[in-house]
Structures are given as structure tokens and as C-alpha cells.
Design a binder for this molecule. Structure first.
Ligand code: PHB
Length: 389
């Protein structure tokens, strides 16, 4: 019996050595911390789909290492975020955390990643702080900063659309504050004035009182940040209240992304800005959309793209490090220097590890967010407060 064990050990060791060391035997553990329930559930699913699709396209391996997945439903609840992320870091001992959607949850994750040194790739949450004061060598984002998603819409609303006054409406939390803040900055720098900023608690969808206030104030335009199921309800309620006929509703593109099947007539003609649009027409995007539709029997959205690109970023780092994520400097430098061939168009990372990317102006036509123009080319987040080591 003992002899048998020894023999098996020798075989395993030989295999490990042939594969480039003992590390080559283990799988890379990827922990998804995403919302799989609640108003952002569809977003979490799309991110997971996109990530898994890239891994599948690479034959199940990144940088020569097989991938093993772990999952936690974060419910978009900041109060549970530290416990949830520690489940992945301490219990499952993951090598990489991929998450999340909600900015408040993401900030707790960034804190835990900074303390533990675990690699964190943020596939959505735009919290400005994550690539601002909380920036760190092991924290990367494949999505956007909140400011970045909305600043261009403010400029377009004032300069191209000629609007002078606007009201904003959103959920009261980091993403809502920063996205409407980005719009306000762009709008007011371009000569407009935000006359009132309306909020309600996340994830409430009782919009009627606020819609009545908008109807009474009659601004030239309204800018909103909502996403997921909340965005569906808001756009429908705005339309049902008769407001879309008189006061154009603008948004960061989250307001109409992955939601058009459900929003239908209510969303037609809406203008938004975002770092992705449907049918960009490039070969890269066409291949991505075809594969996604085949794999999941549904069309991809911006969240699927961000999940896919999180896997691409991990692949770049792992490949450079020969599959050894412990080679932190090599891993990090490779991602910092890379150009990521995203379905959205190529992007690079800023010093703070946030995408530097084109922001599209899009218009809803049928079930698509059609690209009208590039509202801002290679837009970089200002990364206020980031001191990268
Ligand atoms: C965020 O909380 O940062 C957030 C959530 C959903 C979005 C965009 C940003 O669609």
C-alpha cells in the first residue's frame, strides 16, 4: 500500500515538473462575487456569461492554467459585502475575485483586496474611488468609472442638443451621486445649469412623486441613472406619465442597456452615452455577438462585454507570468501595458487601472442602442486621489 502511494506521488511529481513546476497542477481559482438576485440580477448573470465565454474560447484555460469557479450572490447589499468577500478570500482561498456590479459593495471589496493582496478585477461597479483614492497594484477595472459614463452626456446635452436647464434623478448611493455628478460637470462646463437633483433610496422604484415634481418644474431635459430592473420601470413610468413627449430623458447608457425588450415603446429615440453600443460593425464585435448569441440564446449587452474583458485581462496577466499569479509584478505590468481587444473597441488602462476608452453617443432604435457618433475619444477618468505604488 505504502509503495503504491509513493509510486503515484512520483508520477504526479514528474507530471508537475514537465508542466513547469508544481503550480501547473493546480487550477486558478476565480471567485465571482456578483448580484444573482435583486434589481441587478440580470447584470450579474451577463458578466458571468461573458467571463465564461472567453475562458471557453481559450479551451477552458488561461495562461496555461485550468480555471475553477466559485460563486457568491452579493445581493447588491453593502452591509453584507465584507462577509461575502471574505468567504471567497479566506474560505475558498481564491486567486482572483471578479466583482461586482454595485459601487457600494465594490468599495468594501476593494478594501478587502487591498488588505489581502488578492487580485480584484471589477467588471462593472464604477465607484470613482476604486480607481481614485483606493487604487492599488492588484486592483483592475474592465468597465468604466461612474464619472466617465456620464460626463460626455452632459456635454452633448448642452452643446449638441442645446439644452439650458436639466434635472437629474437617481438612487441615493455612490453610483447615483457620481453618475449624475459627472453629467452635471459636463453640462455646466458647457453652459447648462442643473436646477435640481432628485433621489430615492436604492433600490426603490416608487417614482410617481418625483415624476410629478419634474412635470411641474418643466426643465429642458432630465438625466437619469438607473440600471437593471429599476431602469426598466423608470423608463416605462416616465413614458406613461406623458413626460417623454415634452422633456427628453437622457442617461448614462445603463438606462437602456440589456433592458430594451422590456422597455419597448417607452425607450424609443432615447439618447445615452456609454462605452459600448449594439452592432458597432467591427469584425471583433460581430464575432463576439454571434458567439454570445449561440452560447446563451440571448443578445449581449455592455455587462457581458465587461465580463468578457475581465477574463481577457486576467489572461494577459497570467500568460505573462507563465500561469503563476504569485508573480505579482509581472502579472500587473503585463496588464498595464496591454491593449485589450474588446468588442467595444481596443482599450488600454490608465495608471489607476481604469479603461481609457471611446464613449459613444447612442440612440434607441427598436431593440438596439445604435451608435450615432463617438462622443469622446479615448476618454480617461481623472483618477482624482490615486497614488499608485
Ligand atoms: C454601480 O453601482 O456602480 C453601477 C450599477 C449598475 C450600473 C452601473 C453602475 O449599470
Amino acid at each position: 500500500m505504502i509503495k503504491q502511494w509513493t509510486a503515484m506521488g512520483a508520477v504526479a511529481l514528474a507530471a508537475a515538473t514537465a508542466g513547469g513546476g508544481a503550480m501547473a497542477q493546480d487550477k486558478i481559482k476565480v471567485g465571482f462575487m456578483l448580484p444573482f438576485s435583486g434589481t441587478y440580477a440580470a447584470l450579474g448573470n451577463a458578466i458571468e456569461n461573458g467571463f465564461r465565454m472567453h475562458v471557453a474560447e481559450q479551451g477552458g484555460k488561461l495562461g496555461g492554467r485550468e480555471i475553477e469557479f466559485f460563486k457568491v450572490d452579493d445581493e447588491s447589499d453593502p452591509a453584507k459585502a465584507t462577509d461575502n468577500v471574505n468567504r471567497l478570500i479566506k474560505r475558498d482561498k481564491v486567486d482572483v475575485i471578479v466583482g461586482t456590479v454595485h459601487s457600494g459593495v465594490a468599495m468594501a471589496m476593494a478594501r478587502a483586496a487591498k488588505e489581502s493582496g488578492t487580485v480584484l478585477i471589477v467588471p462593472n461597479a464604477g465607484a470613482d474611488a476604486v480607481t481614485g483614492p483606493m487604487c492599488a497594484p492588484n486592483i483592475f477595472r474592465s468597465s468604466f468609472s461612474n464619472w466617465q459614463s456620464a460626463y460626455p452626456m452632459g456635454v452633448v446635452a448642452a452643446k449638441q442638443e442645446g439644452k439650458k436647464t436639466a434635472m437629474t434623478i437617481t438612487w441615493k448611493y455612490a453610483a447615483g451621486d457620481e453618475i449624475t455628478g459627472g453629467f452635471k460637470e459636463g453640462f455646466e462646463k458647457s453652459g447648462g445649469k442643473v436646477v435640481k437633483q432628485l433621489t430615492l433610496p436604492f433600490p426603490n422604484v416608487e417614482f410617481q412623486a418625483l415624476l410629478t415634481e419634474i412635470a411641474a418644474a418643466k426643465p429642458d431635459a432630465v438625466f437619469a441613472f438607473f440600471a437593471g430592473a429599476g431602469a426598466v420601470k423608470f423608463v416605462k413610468d416616465y413614458h406613461a406619465a406623458g413626460l417623454s413627449k415634452t422633456i427628453p430623458l437622457y442617461g448614462a447608457g445603463f438606462l437602456t442597456d440589456g433592458t430594451l425588450d422590456a422597455q419597448g415603446e417607452a425607450a424609443q429615440g432615447m439618447l445615452t452615452t456609454l462605452h459600448y453600443a449594439d452592432e458597432l460593425g467591427t469584425e471583433r464585435d460581430k464575432t463576439f455577438r454571434t458567439n454570445y448569441a449561440k452560447s446563451y440564446k440571448l443578445m449581449p449587452d455592455v455587462y457581458a462585454v465587461q465580463g468578457y474583458d475581465a477574463a481577457q485581462m486576467l489572461a494577459v496577466g497570467l500568460k505573462a507570468a507563465g500561469g503563476d499569479i504569485g508573480k505579482k509584478d509581472v502579472f500587473r505590468t503585463a496588464i498595464e501595458k496591454a491593449t485589450i481587444p474588446s468588442p467595444r473597441g481596443d482599450f488600454t488602462l490608465s495608471k489607476a487601472h481604469n479603461p481609457v476608452q471611446d464613449m459613444y453617443l447612442r440612440k434607441v432604435e427598436g431593440k438596439e442602442n445604435r451608435k450615432i457618433s463617438v462622443a469622446m475619444k479615448a476618454l480617461a477618468d481623472p483618477a482624482r486621489g490615486c497614488r499608485m505604488q
